[in-house]
Design a protein around this ligand. Structure first.
Ligand code: FES
Ligand code: FES
Length: 236
């Protein structure tokens, strides 16, 4: 059968019907495509989305909807409003984010919040009892163990853990006799400095920090000012 002649610039009846059907088909198909797009989005959210995480922080149980990639530090600061733990480097290099998990010191910037379910987390906000500071907090105040204070929450949490570690008989890199770990009563300044070497203080309040730990350890501590005077007189 001979094909009808198609004249350029003119729409044939067949062409018009074809276009109309295509447009109608698009309109009909649009909801289906939208539904598919929605279901793709939901699948993506299900794969990477938030999950319910229960955290016990400073004696209080919290239920958070967070993504699995959220660090404990971000969960504490951004979700729970506990901003005492500081973000210094966010790379496990400064110790400003140190908190206690089941009594052990941990860099919270290197720890995922979802991994801490069922554990007991203590931050600087949970060390005091009511208006009474933790002995380590009082010792930091008494010995000027800080200046700007940015590293201080991490320093104090690490120092609290240090004391517990010594009580348990843990040794350090500078312990000379591994069979005879130091006791709190005789732990040396070198030991304390080594055991706190994962916590940096850009204000260099190290003398006061060591003196604070010595005080909590039950040792006689010269005040930082006395130490400086002794050094100056020795150098003169
Ligand atoms: S912020 Fe975690 S180690 Fe620096
Ligand atoms: S007190 Fe300022 S960084 Fe330590």
């Amino acid at each position: 059968m001979e094909k009808p002649e198609h004249k350029p610039g003119k729409t044939s009846r067949r062409g018009f019907l074809g276009k109309a059907l295509t447009t109608a088909g698009t309109v009909i198909a649009a909801p289906t495509l939208l539904n598919q797009a929605h279901s793709h989005t939901e699948t993506a959210q299900a794969n990477t989305g938030e999950m319910t995480t229960k955290l016990l922080v400073n004696g209080k149980q919290h239920s958070l909807e967070i993504e699995p990639r959220v660090t404990l530090l971000d969960a504490l600061r951004e979700n729970l409003g506990l901003v005492g733990s500081k973000k210094g480097c966010d790379h496990g290099q400064c110790g400003a984010c140190t908190v206690l998990i089941d009594g052990e010191r941990v860099y919270s910037c290197l720890s995922l919040a979802v991994m801490q379910e069922g554990k007991k987390i203590v931050t600087i906000e949970g060390l005091a009892t009511g208006d009474n500071l933790h002995p380590m907090q009082s010792a930091f105040v008494e010995h000027d163990g800080f200046q700007c204070g940015y590293c201080t929450p991490g320093q104090i949490c690490a120092s609290v853990a240090l004391v517990d570690e010594v009580k348990k008989g843990c040794v350090s890199y500078v312990t000379s006799d591994l069979n005879n770990p130091p006791q709190l009563a005789d732990i040396s300044e070198t030991e304390i400095k080594e055991r706190l070497s994962g916590n940096l203080c850009r204000c260099s309040a190290y003398n006061g920090i060591v003196a604070a730990v010595q005080q909590v350890a039950g040792q006689e501590t010269p005040s930082p000012m006395a130490e400086i005077l002794v050094r100056e007189s020795q150098e003169a």
